[in-house]
Every structure is written in C-alpha cells, then in structure tokens.
Design a protein around this ligand. Structure first.
Ligand code: ADP
Ligand code: MG
Length: 664
C-alpha cells in the first residue's frame, strides 16, 4: 500500500501536520471522517431574521476594501448582489482572499445577518454558486496550518489514487446480504455526499464495518482463549470445600452460589478463566472471591487479590484472616506502606511458596514480585485498574486464572464490548434481610434537618458517614474542607459522639487506624473524601450524608450510598445540593445499580463511565456503541458466524483480520 507522502499534494509540511493529528497512513486519511456536515441551502434576505445565520450566493458588486487594524486583525468589506437583493458583506482576517474577490465573481457567503445595517458578517466565503438543491459540505477536525479545504483535497486525492486498494473489512457475502455499496464508493460518498439519504446509507455501512472488525476481534479472542487449553487443570476436593462453605456464617444467595459454581468450573477446566463477576454494591462478591481462593488453595496454588485502595486491601486482609482463622493458610498484605523489611519477607514467602494468599494494591504487580505458583488472580473493583495493569498482573503467573470483580454494573453494550472477550457471572440478588436505602435530597438551608436525622440514627447506636464536597485538586484543599466539616459537626454534636476524618492525603497507616476505629464503633461520625467510595464495609453505619452531591457522578453517588444498607437496619442516604440535577432525581428514584448504570450511560455516554483509563479501548472513528447498539448486535452475530464458518478459513480477509489481532 502506498504511503501518505505518495499522495499528490502532500508535502513534508502537510505530512507532519497530518501526523500531528494522528493521521499516519493512507487508510487513516481516507477514514478521517467528517465530524459534521454543513448543509448549504440558499436563504432569502427577506426571510432571515435579524442576527440569524444566513447562507446566500451572489456576484461581487464593489471592489473589496481592506482595512488593517493591527497585526493579525483585518477586515474586508464589499457589496454583494443576490437574487433577493443587495447586501453588504464584511469578513475578518481573510486578507489573503482579496486577489480572488474581484468584481463580478460568484461567491457563496455564510454568516450572520444584521438587518438594520443590511450587512452580513461572514465567517466563510466560498467561490461559486449554490445550486437549487442543498449542498452538503463535510467539516473535518483540522489543526492550525491545515484547513478544511486542504483536508478535503488530500482525502479526495488519496481516494482517486488509491481508492481501489483500500482494505474492505466486510466479507462480500455480507455486503450482498445488506446491499452495501463497496468501500471505495462508501468513502467517496461520506466525504462528498450528494443527498442526506445517500449519506445516511453509507454511514450505516461504515459503522457496520467498524463494529464488524471490532466484534470479530472480540469473538476471536474469546474463542481462542477457550480453545487454547493452556489453563491449569485442577481437581477440586469438593467435599472439603463443602465442609468449609457450610461454616460460612450466613446463607449464600442463589446468585452467589451460581457464581461460585461458574468459577469452580473454570478452575477445573483446561481453559484459562477470564471471568467478570459483576454485582451491585453490597451484593456479596467478596465471599465468592474467598471461596474461589480457598478452592485454589486446596489444589496447591497461590492466590493474589488486588484492590484499588489501601483501605480496601486492608479490609479484605482483615476479613480474610478471620475467614481462614482455623486453617493453616498463610496470608500476607502487601501495599505501598508495608515496611521495606516486611516487604522483603513477603517477596521471599511468595517466591518460595510459603505464603498462600496475598492481598494488596498494585504493589502486587511490581517487577520485584515473583510467585512460586500463582494460580488465581482476582482484581476487585476492576474498573479502576487500567488495561495495562490488568495485563501486567495476568502475566505474573504462569497461566493464572483471572477473575475480575466489579460493582459498577455494566450496561449491556459495555458487557459486549470492553468485556466481550470475558465470561460474565452476575449477582443480582441481595442478601436476605436487606432493606431499601431511603434517599433524600436536601437543600443547604435544610442542614438542621440533616443534623436531626443524623442525631436520631446516632442515638440508635448507629454510625454515620459524611462525605465532604468534591474540590479541585490542589494542595491540602481536601484537608481544608474535611476539617471545616469536622468543626461544623463538632459544634453540632459537641462531645457526645466521636468524630474523625479520613482523606486521600493522609498517611496510609493513619488511614487504617481510623477505619479500624470506625469499624469498631469507636468513631461514630466519619468525615471523608471519596476514599471510602469503593468496597468499604461497616454494616453498623446506616446514614450516608453527601455534601455538594451534584458535583459527583452517578456511579460515584451509587457507590457511596452502597456504604450503608449493609446490615439489617434501615439505612438512609442524604444528598445535599441546591441544584436540581437529573442525577439526584435518579438517585432518589432508583436503587438498582443496573438501572443506574444504564441511566448514567444515557446521561454521559460511554466516555466517562469507567474513567479515562478504559476509554482508549473504546474509540471508534464513526460508530458509537450506544446509539449504534442495533448495528453492534448484528455485527456481533455476523462476525461470529464468519469466524466459525470454516468455508471462509482461506479467505484473505479472514487471514488479514486475524493477523491484525495477533500483531497488534
Ligand atoms: P460487595 O459485593 O459490595 O463487595 P461485600 O462482599 O462487601 O459486597 O458484602 C457486603 C456485606 O454483606 C458484607 O458484610 C458481607 O459479609 C455480607 N454478606 C455477603 N453475602 C451475604 C449473604 N448471603 N447473607 C448475608 N450477608 C452477606
Ligand atoms: Mg466489594
């Protein structure tokens, strides 16, 4: 295939500008799709309102007068004769157009009409006339030094020179089935649409192609993983496991049991486990993880459990020790604040196999950590880890089985894409005895009511979380708001209840101590930043108060609310805010994380849902997994059929699709 520099008109300077915006090949160039279109349709002077946008064509009647004000600021004025009358035109900073704007020239002017002065302040002037039909012009993302016109010229030249060689990723039988035009035609039309109907038709075709390619990859990875048989084959002593499970102090929910069964089957099978365990906050994923770790231990392998925060890692560690207290299992906690000496001991224990289970933050995946026989890796709240970290952890063991746990229920579309190569177990059912958490929105001037509500719960020997407002990252700002809130609470509750604070900038050891005290009810009111957002489990806490609630995203609010309602007592969540955002209404109305995540998805699109870390996996040039969900489903089905049909195994396209996955 030709290179970008071979395209006529692209010199070294434009080449580097194209590279700058991520266009590095002819393929990149021709698939640099317009991000919108300008529809040019002739307006009439009399029919456009004052101050409104106008598109009009005509002949230049007067020699343009150029005025220069200072460097980088100039203005040109001329009169234009149009079919609906004469009008003045002025345009800023287009001095370079002067030589082209001769009297008698046909031009198209796009701008804003000032009716009183009868002048159009133009933002664009094009040569030529408008036809009676509307004209659709592509608008591209450009960069300084590279105009929309340049972009359009390069793209069309590339299509002219190499259009026929451009890879078409849709198998021909599928193209026939859907009556798709070929790739070259589709590209020609998307860059030069003649009618909105044609444009729509090829847009669907190009979206389909992109999703087909993507879903082919996902399907391929999933099938390969199943086929590879490179997982550890275990024979789990089911009797021993049952004996252990019977001692769990509560009855597992049906969904928990099903999830455990899925995982045990994966551990026994010769394919590597690549499973996502998703369940709403408080649905009880941790115990499922512990059972899996125990089963793995029974088979003689080490397990690693990775959590996104130290608070959570420490909590898991404490629970795990309790859980296995009468077993000979050796468990270690490895975090950033583990002392050097202790760390070295843990490294040694992991390497010689004397440590059976290790819990930690991403300290677990640092290079100096070597495992003796790592068999199972579990990452909790997995959406907080980047893809890279996930991969790194997987590569630690020889062929460890991998379980991801997420409390952010994944909208169906996501489940198909980001996690499309994984198996999914879902816990929907909540443990018995849980009550719905009541959620209220309160205004800042209702703070007295809020304090009263807190007071009532405290009198019932329950505990309260108070989340401080979210603030811009800056030195110590966390500290200030948290401290201010503490003073406020101290003033309200005097010395009746113990109040303490945790925040992200605190030393880890200090954080742990306070969390421990809160857990033991030695602290009744915990004022915190969102560091308690994930995973923290203190069942006696029944009230969550969130200041400036409108500043938080839906999934964060839901996670925070999930800190309460973990025991059998009625719990409440109070959102303090003076603005009426949709998010707060959703929070009042919904308590099902699956519904909330769908709502969040609708409000925000996919970009934010998992933070920026994962959006890199999800960048499509033309498709949008939310609005193109139907196309996605079809592409998923078709690509799987194509992949599994051996008749096509010798197709160049199939080979190409596979090699692009294995090479990149
Ligand atoms: P999450 O899914 O949010 O990680 P956890 O695993 O932290 O939830 O569980 C929340 C709380 O529910 C914990 O205190 C846990 O001990 C308890 N729990 C888990 N499963 C059950 C069950 N089947 N019955 C009663 N309580 C349970
Ligand atoms: Mg959890």
């Amino acid at each position: 295939m030709a290179e970008l520099k071979d395209v006529k008109g692209i010199g070294p300077k434009s080449l580097s500008l194209l590279n700058k915006i991520g266009i590095n090949s002819v393929y990149d160039l021709v698939t640099h799709y317009p991000f919108r279109y300008e529809v040019l349709k002739r307006d009439e002077l009399g029919k456009v309102e004052d101050g409104e946008k106008i598109i009009i064509d005509g002949k230049i009647e007067s020699i343009p007068i150029l005025m220069r004000f200072k460097a980088g600021l100039n203005k040109m004025n001329f009169r234009l004769v149009t079919a609906s009358g004469v009008v003045g035109v002025s345009i800023f900073n287009r001095a370079f157009l002067k030589s082209k704007l001769l009297v008698g020239t046909d031009v198209i002017v796009i701008g804003k009409l000032d009716k009183k002065k009868n002048v159009i302040t133009a933002n664009d002037i094009k040569m030529g006339t408008l036809s009676n039909k509307e004209k659709i012009e592509p608008v591209y993302h450009c960069t300084s030094g590279l105009t929309n016109k340049n972009m359009s010229t390069y793209i069309n030249m590339a299509l002219l020179m190499y259009g026929r060689d451009i890879m078409d990723y849709i198998p021909s039988y599928i193209q026939e089935k859907y009556n798709f035009v070929n790739k070259k035609t589709a590209l020609n039309i998307i860059h030069n649409p003649s009618t909105p109907e044609k444009l729509k038709e090829v847009t669907i075709r190009l979206k389909y192609e992109e999703l087909f390619q993507f879903m082919f990859k996902i399907n391929y990875l999933k099938i390969q993983n199943k086929k590879k048989k490179n997982g550890l084959v275990r024979v789990i002593d089911r009797d021993k496991l049952k004996e252990f499970m019977d001692k769990i102090p509560f009855k597992l929910t049906n969904d928990q049991q099903l999830a455990i069964e899925d995982i045990l089957k994966d551990l026994e099978s010769s394919s590597r486990m690549n499973r996502l365990l998703q369940g709403d906050v408080g649905s009880g994923k941790t115990v499922v993880a512990f059972v899996a770790m125990y089963a793995n231990y029974l088979c003689g392998y080490q397990s690693a459990l990775m959590a996104p925060t130290e608070i959570l890692a420490t909590q898991h560690y404490n629970n795990l020790i309790k859980f296995f207290k009468d077993k000979k299992i050796k468990v270690a906690l490895l975090t950033g604040s583990t002392s050097k000496k202790e760390k070295n001991e843990i490294y040694k224990g992991l390497e010689d196999g004397s440590i059976h289970m290790v819990i930690g933050t991403h300290a677990l995946i640092q290079d100096e950590v070597n495992y003796n026989n790592l068999g199972l890796v579990i990452t909790d709240e997995q959406h907080r880890f980047g893809v890279h970290q996930r991969a790194n952890l997987q590569n630690k063991g020889i062929k460890p089985d991998v379980l991801y746990m997420s409390a952010t229920p994944i909208p169906r579309t996501y489940a198909l894409t980001i996690f499309g190569d994984m198996d999914v177990s879902t816990i929907k059912e909540r443990p018995k005895g849980r009550q719905k958490i009541d959620t209220y929105v309160k205004r800042t001037n209702e703070i007295k009511d809020v304090l009263q509500m807190m007071y009532e719960e405290l009198q019932n020997n329950h505990q309260v979380y108070v989340i401080a407002p979210l603030i811009e990252e800056s030195e110590n700002s966390d500290l200030t708001t948290v401290n201010e809130l503490r003073d406020q609470m101290k003033l309200a509750f005097k010395d009746k209840y113990k109040i303490d604070i945790v925040h992200g900038k605190m030393a880890n050891g200090a954080k742990d101590i306070i969390m421990e005290q809160f857990k033991d009810n030695k602290v009744q009111i915990l004022i915190s930043t969102t560091v308690v957002e994930v995973g923290v489990d203190v069942p006696n806490a029944t009230t969550m108060v969130i200041f400036d609630a409108d500043r938080f995203g839906l999934s964060t609010l839901h996670q925070l609310r999930g800190r309460v309602g973990r025991g059998t007592s009625k719990s409440q969540c109070i959102l303090i805010s003076d603005s009426d955002t949709e998010r707060l209404k959703i929070m009042e109305r919904e308590d099902d994380g699956f519904v909330i995540s769908e709502e969040d998805f609708k409000l925000r699109g996919h970009g934010d849902l998992f933070g920026t870390k994962q959006s890199g996996d999800m960048t499509f040039k033309i498709a949008n997994i939310r609005s193109d969900y139907k196309i996605l489903l079809q592409a998923k089905k078709d690509s799987k059929e194509y992949l599994l049909n051996e008749e096509y195994d010798n197709d160049d396209l199939k080979k190409e699709l596979i090699s692009s996955i294995t090479n990149g």
